[in-house]
Design a protein around this ligand. Structure first.
Ligand SMILES: Cc1ncc(COP(=O)(O)O)c(C=O)c1O
Length: 524
């Protein structure tokens, strides 16, 4: 038996489902859907602690450049293939969708500093990402908008293409070869997500469109059933709007109260205040693992333990965590966990919700339709078992398979290698950004993950973003879908650079050089 990408199921790294499990799930679907009687997979082994240096695979041969040993320079596609930001955007009249007229192309600059160690290893990986090798406004693209979305390695693009070229079929139904192949590939990908986050069984992984949909699903099912009048839901000041608004909607509908954990001036959650908010009325705590704006890594073990001590459940928003560090939901004892595929080098429109099986089973379905049913009659319909009970309609099948390939890709590089490289970049960036006249780093602190938010008082964030774009540098400028957090620091907007595994010191230097130029030219 082979899968969509031609591999034997179970042959992949880190506990992918063995053939009998794939067979079981596929067979179960053809006949009865997921069965609650199926044996659970053994829990995935705990991943090693984050940030430990892992043994490095051999680095590619360095090449001589200008007398120094350099990493290969950025490849730049011919101007005819350049992508232009505003191409095709003709219907938006909001200035938010602007881009300034393009200056004439300039020859791209060659990178200047050598890459060593982990940096060299991941600089080689950057060749796997075709979108990074283009010029924008005549400059090599510097993608520092990774907290918004990440680029895709060729293997993910190929896996998605291959699904459509070879295995395209609906899943869990149909008595033909392609349906079987598509189902196997889809369920194998579910198994990869399970192993990646350390869930106990694939039945605990629900496919969703992304973190946002996962949170809404929990709010509208678990929340609607178990959060009632006078109950409380706790969120934190660090949250993305996706982890605020669904809970507000729930509280409004069910007459519950939303409570908010404050943060310190340094951007850390105030656990003493959190302790004061917890009570027997607390039903659920919804907290991010990593802030998308300031990169704070939250103390999840304490947060989960304190919530469980008062009988509350915990949803962890892992959208900004899983691409940067190992996560194990079992060790964490999280009740729910969400992630988005596009933020970890996978396709858009696919993500996963983890839920403890006993909780998923207690939750009513969310959307009704095909797939999620057991038996339909006009008098009464019964539902499929978890997780299919929550997967009405045709899902993003190719996206799920592509997400599986993205997970394999990250694991082939090593999560510890990625984390170590990013920490080096963060240290370099924090130090060199400090030299930019007037720059204020927002809530900087040790151990921040990926995000480097800053302002330059007197200069609108959008203006800085537009200036950087003219230099080929993509950052986010605005409220970052976290308005309450920005207001906590007296701001409505900030600039955020955010790093991922493929970024280099040279790109940080390009950002810093461009910021110096912006200051010198008055951002014109
Ligand atoms: C912390 C966090 N949570 C949730 C989301 C929403 O993710 P998605 O838009 O993929 O659903 C984001 C996106 O930026 C995020 O950063």
């Amino acid at each position: 038996m082979t899968t969509a990408n031609g591999q034997a199921p179970g042959a992949g790294p880190n506990g992918h489902p063995p053939p009998d499990v794939i067979e079981r799930i596929a067979k179960g679907f053809y006949e009865t859907g997921f069965s609650n009687r199926t044996a659970e997979l053994p829990p995935a082994p705990l991943p090693p602690a984050p940030l430990l240096p892992a043994p490095l695979p051999p680095a590619p041969a360095p090449r001589a450049f200008g007398g120094a040993v350099m990493a290969p320079p950025l490849e730049v596609v011919p101007p005819a293939l350049d992508l232009v930001h505003d191409e095709g955007i003709t219907t938006f009249d909001s200035p938010a969708y602007y881009f300034l007229p393009e200056p004439p192309p300039e020859p791209p600059a060659a990178p200047e500093a050598p890459q060593t160690g982990v940096g060299a290893r991941l600089a080689a990986a950057r060749r796997d990402f075709p979108a990074l090798h283009q010029s924008v406004n005549g400059k090599p693209l510097v993608w520092l908008d990774n907290a918004a979305t990440t680029h895709k390695p060729q293997v993910v693009i190929d896996t998605v293409a291959r699904f459509y070229e070879h295995d395209n079929s609906n899943v869990h139904r149909g008595a033909h070869a392609l349906a079987k192949r598509a189902t196997e590939a889809y369920e194998e990908a579910r198994g990869k997500v399970r192993a990646f986050i350390g869930a106990g069984s694939p039945e605990e992984i629900v496919w969703v469109r992304g973190a946002t949909e996962g949170i809404n699903l929990v709010a509208q099912t678990y929340g609607r059933r178990f959060v009632g009048r006078g109950d409380e839901v706790i969120v934190t000041t660090l949250e993305h709007h996706s982890n605020i608004v669904p809970w507000q909607m729930l509280c409004e509908a069910n007459e519950a109260q939303l409570r908010v954990v404050p943060v310190s001036d340094g951007g850390e959650l105030l656990l003493d205040e959190y302790a004061k908010l917890l009570s027997s009325r607390t039903r659920l705590v919804a907290v991010t693992a990593v802030s998308n704006v300031i990169g704070t890594v939250t103390p999840l073990p304490s947060i989960v333990g304190m919530a469980h001590a008062v009988g509350a459940k915990v949803l962890v928003d892992g959208a900004q965590a899983v691409q940067h560090m190992p996560v194990n939901v079992g060790a964490l004892d999280a009740d729910f966990f969400v992630l988005s595929g596009h933020k970890l080098f996978g396709p858009t429109g696919i993500g996963a919700l983890y839920g403890k099986r006993e909780l998923l089973e207690q939750m009513p379905p969310w959307q009704g339709g095909g797939s999620m049913i057991d038996r339909v009659a006009f008098e009464k319909t019964t539902y499929a078992a978890v997780p299919v009970k929550f997967e009405a309609g045709t899902g993003h099948l190719a996206g799920a398979v592509g997400l599986g390939a993205a997970i394999d890709y990250m694991q082939s590089l090593g999560l510890e290698t990625i984390a170590a490289h990013e920490q080096q970049l963060m240290a370099h960036a924090t130090e060199s950004l400090a030299g930019v006249p007037g720059l204020r780093h927002l809530a900087a602190g040790p151990g921040r993950m990926s995000a480097l938010p800053f302002t330059i008082p007197g200069v609108p964030a959008e203006r800085i973003g537009a200036f950087l774009d003219r230099e080929g540098i993509a950052v986010r400028a605005g409220h970052h879908c976290a308005q309450p957090l920005l207001r906590r620091f007296g701001l409505e907007a900030a600039v955020r650079a955010s790093v991922a595994l493929y970024n280099t010191r040279e790109e940080i230097d390009a950002l810093v050089t461009a910021l110096h130029a912006g200051v010198a030219k008055g951002w014109e």
